[in-house]
Write a protein that binds this ligand. Structure first.
Ligand code: NAD
Length: 486
């Protein structure tokens, strides 16, 4: 694999950083890129470029034309689909088919969806009856937030980035994005697509680097940033909140999860087992929505354990382009060390390993990758740290329950609150239990099925605010209410 050099992008131009850092493939440890880390000067320049773009033609572009630009971005992503696939695969090591179906396809859809949302957006207006018989007209004029900092993680790099860039641009903002140090490629490529689609220079800027003492912190503490939207770990969200607090800037946070599945004895077992397999192991468990806790009604507990173990054993770990590969590596050796520490902890806490539990033997050429076995545990309960803390790997603890009330209590017994899935053929029960989940998103008989207009986000440690459709507009646009006495 030949390595590439990735630079920051400021006002449409590539800019060197204060130093470069290497990015290695999680598949085999090969060097895939040298990345230019943005220091204070580059971050200053990126924020200034975004501010300048707001003062230029972008700042006064009519909504309909902004929507047209977003649709062109979607078309250009599709035109360069294979470039994006190659870049994402190189950084993440995910199976190619997954990147095609999930990551890159969703990136184009994100731009189309927010083009539709903004084009259909009306005004929030009220005709107010006054005591003297007269009336007042209230209407709220949406305005861009300004310069928006967008900081995203490595698990779905392009998907999560465009999920924020699209609504930010739809609302007329200019952005400075900081992709994860682990996945710098697609954000850089997106800058080329922005230019091809006619997005003015400075509307989309990219700064590369790490969090603390690097581009991330420089951005969140920057005077010129009007709002921060972030996806990543809850702990990082807390640090960013502290960083923006002195200047009282708005934040939107999509954070970690420790998501539960609740499986009732009346479920369609085959469908449930297929759904659970996907929800535990998709993207090697590195989706914020992934299930790490599975509560199963006792009468079918053994059948669920056996069925899931069989499916976990059938997963094929391998190179992204190898035929039949279902599962890639973790993102890095560093992340694997964290996941391994939970595999060890599970044993200390009394878990019985049903399947997996270690580092797989995949041959000499993959020895320097970040591979881990899909793992299932029984014998743990909610008091265990492994059941309470987010692992962010292909792991789940299976725990039996006896009553619906107990299942709800166990599922809600967490500091997180991102997502849950309920598996049952009793639809009344499905609605009843799903509504009682203390989460942002609850699915019944499915998982990760999304309508991009619906609210996405979490409660508790899982986040602040909701994004998706008009919900995103609440963050990326600031209304000025005008009240006219008639
Ligand atoms: P992370 O918090 O370590 O890093 C995310 C981004 O923040 C990276 O770009 C990183 O460089 C930057 N960053 C780190 N420290 C920073 C700081 N102090 N100031 C500014 N920026 C900083 O998360 P990660 O390991 O990249 O991603 C995995 C996490 O993301 C998991 O917890 C997962 O659940 C979460 N996640 C949540 C959602 C959601 O929608 N709720 C989606 C995907 C991932």
């Amino acid at each position: 694999m030949t390595s590439v050099e990735l630079r920051n992008v400021v006002a449409g131009r590539p800019v060197d950083g204060r130093r470069t850092f290497p990015k290695h493939s999680p598949v085999d440890g090969a060097l895939v890129a040298q990345v230019h880390e943005a220091g204070p000067e580059v971050v200053d320049a990126a924020v200034a470029a975004a501010r300048e773009a707001l003062a230029g033609p972008w700042g006064s572009l009519p909504v309909g034309e902004r929507a047209t630009v977003l649709r062109r971005v979607a078309e250009r992503i599709e035109a360069r689909f294979e470039d994006f696939v190659a870049a994402e695969v190189r950084d993440t090591g995910k199976p190619e088919h997954l990147v095609r179906q999930l990551d890159v396809a969703r990136a184009a859809l994100n731009f189309r969806s927010f083009a539709d949302t903004i084009a259909a957006q009306g005004l929030d207006a009220y005709l107010t009856d006054l005591a003297d018989g007269r009336q007042a007209l209230n209407y709220a004029v949406p305005k861009p937030l300004g310069v928006v900092a967008i900081i995203v993680p490595w698990n779905l790099p392009l998907l999560l980035l465009t999920w924020k860039v699209a609504p930010a641009l739809a609302c007329g903002n200019a952005v400075v994005v900081k992709p994860s140090e682990e996945t710098p490629s697609t954000a850089t490529l997106l800058a080329e697509v922005m230019a091809e689609a006619g997005v003015p220079d400075g509307v989309y800027n990219v700064v590369h680097g790490f969090g603390p003492d690097s581009a991330g912190e420089l951005l969140t503490t920057h005077e010129g940033v009007d709002g921060v939207t972030f996806t990543g770990e809850s702990r990082t969200g807390s640090a960013i909140m502290r960083a923006v607090a002195p200047r009282v800037r708005p934040v939107s946070f999509e954070l970690g999860g420790k998501n539960a599945a609740v499986v009732f004895a009346d479920c369609d077992l085959e469908r449930t087992l297929d759904g659970l397999t996907r929800s535990i192991f998709l993207n090697t468990g590195q989706v914020c929505l992934c299930t790490e806790r599975v509560y199963v009604e006792r009468s079918i507990f053994d059948r669920v354990v056996d069925g899931l173990a069989e499916r976990a054993r059938a997963l094929r770990l391998g190179r992204p382009d190898a035929e039949g590969t279902t599962t890639g590596p973790l993102i890095s050796r560093q992340h694997r060390a964290k996941v391994q520490s939970y595999l060890d902890l599970a044993i200390e806490e009394g878990a019985k390993v049903v399947v997996g539990g270690g580092v797989p033997e995949l041959g000499e050429d993959l020895r320097d990758g970040a591979w881990i076995e899909p793992t299932l545990w029984v014998g743990l309960d909610n008091s265990s740290r492994v059941v309470r803390e987010e692992v962010f790997g292909p792991v789940a603890a299976l725990i039996p329950f006896d009553t619906e009330e107990e299942a709800i209590r166990l599922a809600n017994d967490t500091d997180y609150g991102l997502a849950a899935a309920v598996w049952t053929t009793d639809l009344e029960r499905g609605h009843r239990v799903a509504q009682q989940m203390r989460v942002g998103m609850a699915w019944v008989n499915t998982w990760y099925l999304r309508d991009l207009r619906s609210p996405f986000g979490g409660v508790g440690l899982s986040g602040i605010g909701r994004e998706g459709g008009t919900h995103s507009l609440h963050f990326y646009a600031e209304p000025t209410n005008v009240c006219v006495q008639l």
